[in-house]
Design a protein around this ligand. Sequence first.
Ligand code: SD4
Length: 292
Amino acid sequence: AGEKPLILSTWNHGLPANANALDSLRNGGSILDAVEVGVRTTELDLDNLSVGLQGLPDREGIVTLDASIMTGDGACGSVAFLRQIKHPISVARKVMEETPHVMLAGEGARQFAMAQGFPLEKEELSPGAEKAYEEWRKTSQYKPIINIENHDTIGMIGIDADGKMAGSCTTSGLAYKMHGRVGDSPIIGAGLYVDDEVGAATATGLGETIIRICGSFLIVELMRQGRSPQEACEETVRRLVAKTKNPSDIQAGFLAINKEGEMGAFAVHPGFNFAKGLLQSNDLIDSKSYFS
Ligand code: SD4
């Protein structure tokens, strides 16, 4: 049987993110507030090289950010290829609440953020990112590597005591990506999907493999057809592996919850973990995986 409220988020930085999300719920915040506040924690985490402005840059040395947010009634907003903004998740929420659109990208997203009162930050790499970038430039080889710090996106999904759901996802994307590359995280149905009638899902890992199969949407639709969250995550990873040329070289992981508050998690390879937050506990759990 499931438990509510329940918050799940990707990787070990999910623990402090969950802690803040749960605090927000305890203080009377909505599940939407909780998933926004939760991942804002990671956007400020100086140790995280895959989320926020301290993340690793693209191959031109520029940090560009992707984020999305969604509630179980179908409202959603996202930003892609956004520069110089500390909290892309909050801009995504503004896109959802203040515009007739779902997604804003690039310069338009930046202008919208400024108009909404978000300060523009200086465009300079954090010392850690600068060092890593200089090192990378020596060879300029692009090869996503499994489970190292270039897979650290935070995706968070949650359900409140009444069964209302919401989710959020925010990232600086893959390190050394092509300038202009957009991953799965800001794409509704790929990096995140939420439907109060069924459940919620989020993704991390090599975005191209996740976009191709509409990963998060697929999980929710499999649950709609009667699969448990765990079965839906496993079936989705099988689909991803089948549609990926070199599955032994790439990592992707998924989290899901259903409206009963049951959960699931599955990844392509070992090494994916996630944080499970309840009002009384917040634990890091290792996901099972397709390959051992
Ligand atoms: C992307 N899915 O941009 C993101 C990267 C990621 O943990 O998840 N990193 O493809």
